[in-house]
Design a protein around this ligand. Structure first.
Ligand SMILES: Cc1cc2nc3c(=O)[nH]c(=O)nc-3n(C[C@H](O)[C@H](O)[C@H](O)COP(=O)(O)OP(=O)(O)OC[C@H]3O[C@@H](n4cnc5c(N)ncnc54)[C@H](O)[C@@H]3O)c2cc1C
Length: 383
């Protein structure tokens, strides 16, 4: 006789990937146990923090443009159903150049799949957004429907809704299954046994720690910093409603307008040093000189703006930036879901739908998401 608790699926990790996977499974009637070692969108998780960009531009990577479009529909639908204000349609502005191959490929993809957008000349950027110092040689692609997601709150709301569909959510650290073939149970750190038909490990930057032999050199968590600059008193021009979410292709900087008074968000997308998400000391400062210099040049009105908040987070990079969604090669019923890198958050809803379908209906993952497509990653430091 076994005292294990029995489910259709155990989802390990309540970040944006695990939360949406568990929610989709529960919504379709599965009995699901969702475990997180530190809690949904906890401060160590890649899904933590205030906000994330949702944009459609992915150059010629049509699959991600389509997933973004699908996800935006699902995020909106979720907001309507729950009444939660988790998405802000700020518009997204890509600052780029006419000759940039990524911009040209993005425009071709937008035309093909029907993403609403406008191309802005340097003069138009200056007229519409006079707070941005843009150069003559620059242009922009503007996505009016895209914007910002309230990250931590969104994940926690998905987990709340998951429980309303009958899902069980618990703070628990789950260990990797042993043996091979068909995993019969997994065990929590406190010794509880959980039995299920399928086990989905959506553990973001922890995946290489949980499966070191398999993923230790395939997923590389990198240290990333985020800064929130205080806008001038009484000045709404850098805030929601007046300023777009933006990305600057040339400098690898990106940001989100001041939402809920948290400040004007600016960060560098350049990959930082390799980190361990458990032990990383989260005190920002390494990229501050770079970011401050950029803010002074790009947004002269924020020249003297103080940093009013900062965060240290981690990307979980794969060799090609593609997600990992595949079966564990040693287990027919264990799924690995991660590799969100610096762009996974927005895709949570479409990814959750995709993983739930794979788990419930079987089938093969897209080759781009397969384990086989992931090269081993050189640990490196950019800044
Ligand atoms: C600074 C920064 C900026 C970003 N900006 C954007 C953006 O603008 N737009 C965008 O789309 N994406 C963005 N991303 C990427 C996006 O946030 C991530 O791809 C996404 O959040 C990854 O989610 P996840 O669920 O895979 O991982 P996580 O959110 O890290 O979730 C994994 C969870 O697993 C839990 N866990 C780990 N091990 C165990 C265990 N053994 N047992 C139980 N639980 C366990 C952890 O506690 C954690 O909660 C950004 C990321 C960062 C860090």
């Amino acid at each position: 006789m076994s005292d294990a608790r029995t489910y259709d699926a155990v989802v390990v990790g309540a970040g944006v990937f695990g939360a949406w996977t568990a929610y989709n499974l529960a919504r379709q009637g599965s009995r699901v146990f969702l475990a997180d070692a530190f809690g949904a969108a906890n401060s160590r998780a890649s899904s933590a923090g205030e906000s994330r960009i949702i944009r459609m531009s992915y150059g010629g990577d049509e699959i991600y443009t389509r997933w973004s479009m699908r996800s935006l529909d699902l995020w909106r639908q979720f907001c309507e159903e729950t009444g939660a204000r988790l998405f802000h349609r700020t518009g997204v502005l890509w600052l780029t150049r006419d000759t940039d191959p990524m911009a040209l490929a993005t425009l071709a993809t937008f035309a093909k799949v029907g993403v609403p957008h406008r191309k802005l000349s340097h003069d138009e950027i200056s007229r519409r957004f006079p707070m941005i110092a843009s150069q003559d040689s620059e242009c922009a692609i503007y996505e009016p429907e895209s914007g910002a997601l309230m990250a931590r709150r969104a994940v926690q709301t998905v987990v709340d809704e998951f429980q309303k569909y009958g899902g069980t959510y618990q703070i628990a650290e789950v260990e990797a299954p042993g043996g091979r073939g068909r995993a019969s149970a997994v065990t929590t750190w406190s010794g509880e046994s959980l039995r299920a038909d399928a086990y989905i490990f959506a553990c973001g930057p922890w995946l290489p720690k949980i499966f070191p032999a398999l993923l230790g050199q395939r997923i590389f968590p990198s240290r990333q910093e985020i800064y929130f600059f205080g806008v001038p008193p009484g000045d709404r021009s850098y805030s929601l409603g007046n300023f777009p979410t933006w990305l600057d292709v040339g400098s690898l900087m990106y940001g989100i307008p001041d939402i809920e008074g948290r400040g004007f968000k600016v960060a560098s997308d350049a990959h930082g040093p390799a980190v361990d998400p458990n032990t990383l000391e989260r005190v920002a400062g390494e990229t501050l000189p770079l970011v401050r210099d950029y803010v002074r040049r790009r947004f002269p009105g924020l020249r003297d703006a103080p940093v009013i908040e900062s965060r240290v987070c981690q990307y979980e990079n794969t060799s090609n930036g593609d997600f990992l969604i595949d079966r564990h090669p040693d287990f027919e019923n264990v799924w690995l879901v991660g590799g969100g890198s610096g762009h996974g958050f927005k895709h949570g809803p479409a990814l959750g739908e995709y993983v739930a379908r794979l788990v419930l209906e079987g089938g093969k993952t897209d080759p781009r998401f397969s384990l086989a497509s992931k090269q081993t990653v050189q640990k490196r430091s950019v800044y």
